[in-house]
Design a protein around this ligand. Structure first.
Ligand SMILES: [Zn+2]
Length: 106
């Protein structure tokens, strides 16, 4: 029986898919990543309803900090925050000085 994918909610003993972990808790990484974000790892404790096997696995990872929050789960990475379209505004207006005005003041 070949393993297709390492899903955190699949019993490693018999392959039964468990809907939800019986318990979850967060592990916060004390060191920020290259973008200054803190990684919060959501751990889950699973109990297989079929064979009674218990195991722990990573449910998802959350990267928070800066302007956005990134949640890494089974369905991929979700990003929340102000990254979309805001960078254009952040550049600000370019104010051009007319040199001739300065000359007149002297
Ligand atoms: Zn099982």
């Amino acid at each position: 029986m070949p393993k297709k994918q390492k899903d955190s909610n699949v019993c490693p003993n018999c392959g039964t898919v468990v809907d939800k972990p019986v318990k979850t808790w967060n592990l916060v990484s004390p060191l920020p990543d290259a973008y200054g974000r803190i990684t919060i790892t959501v751990m889950g404790s699973y109990v297989c309803p079929n064979c009674g096997h218990r195991w722990r696995a990573v449910v998802s990872k959350i990267k928070a900090g800066g302007d956005s929050v990134e949640i890494e789960g089974k369905k991929g990475v979700k990003k929340f925050g102000e990254e979309k379209g805001k960078k254009e505004e952040d550049r600000g207006e370019i104010i051009e000085l007319d040199i001739s005005d300065l000359d007149e003041e002297e």
